[in-house]
Design a protein around this ligand. Structure first.
Ligand code: NAD
Ligand code: MG
Length: 400
């Protein structure tokens, strides 16, 4: 049966990789809906190519975009803003949601999809950082399916037995022998540079990732290693583990995408070219396999694989993520919000790259610890997020 797919965040980097795979398999997948926030010219071209039934754009752009579609001879249904995203995510016709919006903006539609019992392919890690237990609880209660697209989490998922893949709470059963998870990190563009050099880095250097081609925000997060911090929190929620069961190791070649350590001393790893098409194809076709169009790994051409312990002074964001995870949901919401504001201030040239960690730490110091209930509502989460953003903007203003 054809799987009907909604790609929210279709104009971004994950959107590109997803649509490239969907275009290769027209008989298995139907592109039912798309969304884009900026670059609406690109979204129009995607609508012409994939002919989705529905499309979501920012509310202010709905009228104009509907006209442009009409002029192009398309009768696509146009919806707008957050309610439009939720409408698509919960639509009866949507089988699978590819959650590829960046940042907190992706949370409401992803959570709504969980509550509507959808199959969710999650790239939007910020949703889990903000709403971890609320999201995993919604998945369980409403019989939804959550499959990780983030390459590290997808790798770990692949290295776990099917019993744990189906029910992650089984990860605690001694018979499966899971001892630890190992998240690999590239170390980003500043791995070989000093803190002082990192301090002077401009935007162009910071977003030039050595191995992966990605959107701006996650590229900056990779440079500060906040990305690995967010992924640590993401992994705790996805795999039902406390942060001390998850190690981070720098592996500059990005060939091993992560590992599971077992009680008998086995380490299971997933390897591949650094190309998001592999984890996306895995999740789209799970539990089967299909061609992703990515370059096969050339093992003869690999000169060596390195593993390095991260320097938590240089990459303080990684340390902050552990602190926040120990403190609870309020702290992880605040850390995510502060980081989003700090990254956009850096991209706007207002603060230095290394200021991001300082700002995140100051924002974290302002929160009272505590977790939200499993059934907390989205308004509660967004309210904490909003206050944190305001406070962070004040911190940035003082610094800039
Ligand atoms: P991107 O910046 O390339 O694309 C982001 C998408 O979100 C675009 O379609 C944009 O229009 C949309 N968007 C932005 N702001 C929005 C808003 N306020 N409301 C609605 N839509 C909005 O980002 P990306 O690199 O594709 O990353 C997307 C998500 O996937 C992020 O959460 C990122 O952490 C995660 N991720 C990305 C990669 C990667 O290789 N790019 C790998 C793992 C995880
Ligand atoms: Mg990742």
């Amino acid at each position: 049966m054809t799987q009907r797919i909604a790609v929210l965040g279709a104009t971004g980097s994950i959107g590109d990789s997803t649509l490239a795979i969907l275009a290769m398999h027209p008989d298995e997948f139907d592109v039912y809906a798309l969304s884009g926030h900026q670059r609406l010219d690109k979204l129009l071209i995607l609508c012409q190519q994939f002919r989705p039934q529905r499309v979501c754009v920012p509310t202010a752009a709905t009228h104009d975009f509907a006209k442009r579609l009409q002029n192009a001879g398309l009768d696509t249904d146009v919806v707008g803003g957050e309610t439009g995203l939720i409408d698509i995510a919960t639509d009866n016709q949507t089988d699978t949601l590819v959650a590829a919006i960046v940042g907190a903006a992706g949370l409401p539609s992803t959570l709504a999809a969980a509550r509507a019992g959808k199959r969710i392919l999650l790239a939007n890690k910020e949703a889990l950082v903000m709403a971890g237990a609320v999201m995993t609880n919604a998945v369980k209660m409403h019989n939804a399916t959550l499959l990780p697209l983030d390459s590290e989490h997808n790798a770990i998922f692949q290295c776990l037995p099917p019993e744990i893949q189906r029910d992650t709470t089984q990860i605690h059963a001694p018979k499966y022998g899971v001892r630890k998870l190992w998240l690999t990190a590239s170390g980003g563009p500043f791995l070989q540079q000093t803190f002082a050099q990192m301090q002077q880095a401009g935007v162009a250097e910071a977003i030039k990732h050595p191995n992966w081609s990605m959107g701006q925000k996650i590229s900056v997060d990779s440079a500060t290693m906040m990305n690995k911090g967010l992924e640590l929190i993401e992994a705790c929620h996805l795999f039902d583990l406390s942060e001390d069961k998850i190690n981070v190791v720098i592996h500059p070649q990005s060939i091993i995408h992560s590992m599971v350590e077992y009680s008998d001393g086995s380490f299971l790893a997933q390897l591949g070219s650094p190309d998001m098409k592999t984890p996306i194809a895995h999740a789209l076709s799970y539990p089967e396999r299909m061609d992703s169009g990515s370059q096969p790994l050339d093992l003869y051409a690999l000169s060596g694989l390195e593993f390095i312990e991260p320097d938590l002074q240089k990459f303080a964001c990684l340390r902050l993520a552990r602190t926040a995870m120990q403190a609870g949901t309020q702290a992880t919401i605040v850390l995510n919000a502060a980081n989003e504001r700090a990254v956009s201030a850096f991209l706007a040239g207002r603060i230095r790259l290394t200021d991001i960690a300082d700002i995140n730490e100051q924002a974290l110091n302002q929160v009272s610890t505590g977790s939200l209930g499993h059934d907390a509502d989205i308004e509660e989460i967004m309210a904490i997020d909003k206050v944190a953003r305001k406070r962070t903007d004040t911190l940035i203003m003082k610094l800039a």
